[in-house]
Design a protein around this ligand. Sequence first.
Ligand code: ADP
Ligand code: MG
Length: 332
Amino acid sequence: MTDSAQGPLSEFDIIARYFTPSVPAGMVGVGDDCAIIPVRPGYQLAVSTDTLIQERHFYGHTPADLVGHKALAVNLSDLAAMGARPRACLLSLSLPRVDEQWLQDFSAGFHQLCTDSGCVLIGGDTTRSNHGIIITVTVLGEVPVAQALLRNRAQPDDDIWLTGHLGAPYVALQLLGQHWPANPDLLKLALPRLQRPIPPYHWAPELLGHAHAAIDISDGLIQDLQHILGRSEFGAQIECAKLPQHSVLQHLDEAQRYEALLAGGDEFELCFTASPKSRAYILDSAAKAEVAVHRVGKITLAPELQIYGFDGQRLVDEQRFISASGFDHFAQ
Ligand code: ADP
Ligand code: MG
């Protein structure tokens, strides 16, 4: 292996030094043309991929260990939204230059979450980029055949549930983007939820057989819920008074609070639907797993989305939050 004192690390040095974890018996990991993962009888693989681009999905000054954490976390969130258990991941990294400190920290954050989640790094690609850092992670999870939580499975009268507490990533993004006046104290409270999301990947498989439809909240509750409604062809009522608020929201005015709760992205929490018969199971199972869950509304036969404000009345400007499409990278 080339030492940094003898010149910059090669592509193969980088892979060997930072991205070659050991893998469990029966798997083939980094170092061959393909990785191999055994799949247990009766299970299917759920597969998803997400890209993080510097200055688009993360700021260049973000500590690299947190970038490594988030690159995997956003993908684990997609597995959780299917009720799939993490098994393995692939990491494609495009870097403008070799920065060993950055690689050291990035890989430490990435590997820590691999270990915590049981998601083994089994391969990837390492290339040079012309501009900023581009990170693409692909995850593979296992789910019992035909039991995945699909977006089109919501049923009328289902409860709508949320994990976690909403709003902090929105606050952090408003402050970092200088859309709000600088407020270091507020940023300090909100930033950890933006930089270090922990989706409920451990608990999500417990929802199989109980939850009907699920989605993870990446673009905002109302946008993401509408994907379930569109696919299931039903409507919903959401009660803002029941939405679990992150403590940082107590520092906002009412209009900002609605915005953070209903339209705030980057949450990586789960929104799922389940029959009212499953309430006791969900509360009990979530409590055992130390996951916060709240019932925030219900699915309706009428294909309309109604939002009720903190005062229990229909939100006057609810249409502002409701639109046909989610976040669009190519929107002007
Ligand atoms: P190939 O020539 O087939 O593209 P590479 O030389 O790119 O293979 O990669 C060699 C091995 O290292 C492969 O097993 C590949 O999956 C793995 N690999 C490359 N980059 C990474 C990375 N960033 N993280 C994990 N594994 C990687
Ligand atoms: Mg390659």
